[in-house]
Design a binder for this molecule. Structure first.
Ligand code: AMP
Length: 365
């Protein structure tokens, strides 16, 4: 069934999604609305995305036979998190279009490659350096000054794999914690950014090269996990334009087909520094389900299906709140406010910090 898709996917075609989390679930729901089927490929049974579609492959991402069957069964492939092994995307791409392409995934999987890519695109980031040895670490910390931040280049999220190097941090102890990562996927040292706030911009780019950006939003974290997103971000028009311009530029440079979420720091002197890229729908874009003309999930489906993009305008201001762990039990409170929309992801166990759902409070403009 698979082959290069040059025209828009026809209704009834099948979108393959690598990953079974809530982002895949909400993408599958949006795809269903547009008349597409979704086939979820993930290692876990009863994952949030597999609850909303009948087509699933429960297999490891390195299972070649399962990947081959999956490629046969779908018309296009996307992924809902960037830690899908690159080799899985690259293997699938030999048989079926993978959007965004495997090279986008490769860049966004690794903090060093991300920042090198930004540098090559002449987009500002915080100062950074690869660290390959304890000696490197001593030298670079002396150069950057304290505080600074040591991070594993891969597989870190929500603050995992991050060590802040403060006045009292013993560098040899810090090195011991990351030495194994340094030997495999790499380690990066970054200047500490004394930011005024953190924002993100989500940009979509279609198969025809058209781009649409959502308004910059403000992200507030608790324990390194996104707690709230305030829409729009409380920044000047000039800074918002700069942030959106960076997003459009990076989408073009990376050859995006799909969505790219860009996390940025805004400093007191109004500099915009890129921190991280995610080539998929993003937690900070969940507000678009209830408060934008086209949700980020519909938008990613349109982009990868080769359809025209929808408008990204916001219809209302909003505050999105993640429901983490036991907070989901309080979700009932959402019903008391008729302008709060509740989304639950169908996860069983409410482990601390686990993203169980979110609410979006609509604020009339
Ligand atoms: P990350 O995994 O890179 O998104 O980092 C998680 C959070 O740690 C960010 O949202 C920031 O709040 C903080 N952080 C990461 N890198 C830096 C940095 N270089 N300077 C200051 N804060 C940082």
């Amino acid at each position: 069934m698979a082959g290069p898709t040059l025209k828009p996917l026809s209704p009834g075609a099948t979108i393959g999604i690598l990953g079974g989390g809530q982002l895949g679930r909400m993408t599958a729901l949006a795809a269903a609305q547009l008349g597409y089927r979704c086939h979820i490929y993930c290692p876990e049974a009863d994952a949030p995305a597999t609850q909303v579609t009948s087509l699933t492959s429960i297999a490891d991402y390195t299972d070649e036979a399962a990947l081959a069957d999956f490629a046969e069964a779908v018309d296009v492939v996307t992924y809902e998190f960037e830690n899908v092994p690159f080799v899985a995307a690259a293997t699938l791409a030999q048989h079926v279009p993978v959007r965004p392409g495997p090279e986008v995934l490769r860049i966004c999987q690794n903090r060093l490659r991300e920042k090198d890519f930004c540098r090559a695109a002449e987009v500002p980031t915080t100062r950074f350096a690869p660290i390959a040895s304890a000696r490197d670490l001593h030298e670079r910390v002396a150069e950057f000054g304290r505080p600074c931040v040591l991070k594993t280049a891969e597989l870190g999220y929500d603050g995992k794999g991050q060590i802040s190097v403060d006045r009292d941090t013993d560098l040899d102890t810090a090195w011991a914690q990351v030495a194994e990562a340094a030997a495999t996927t790499g380690v990066i040292l970054e200047d500490f950014v004394d930011f005024r706030l953190e924002v993100s911009v989500i940009v979509a780019r279609g198969l025809d090269g058209a781009r649409r950006t959502y308004v910059p939003v403000e992200n507030q974290h608790k324990n390194h996990i996104l707690d709230q997103t305030i829409v729009p971000a409380r920044i000047s028009e000039k800074v918002a334009d700069k942030a959106e311009g960076i997003a459009r530029h990076l989408a073009e440079k990376i050859g995006l087909v799909g969505l790219l979420a860009i996390e940025m720091f805004i400093t007191a002197d109004e500099r915009v520094l890129v921190n991280e890229l995610a080539p998929r729908p993003h937690n900070s874009g969940h507000w678009t389900l209830d408060a934008a003309v086209t949700s980020q999930f519909e938008q990613v489906v349109r982009a990868i299906a080769g359809l025209p993009l929808g408008a990204a305008d916001r219809l209302a201001d909003a505050v999105m709140k993640n429901l983490l762990g036991e907070e989901a039990a309080a979700a009932q409170a959402a019903w008391s406010d008729p302008y709060v929309k509740l989304h639950l992801y169908g996860k069983g166990e409410a482990r601390p910090g686990r993203k169980m759902g979110h609410t979006t409070k609509l604020i009339r403009r």
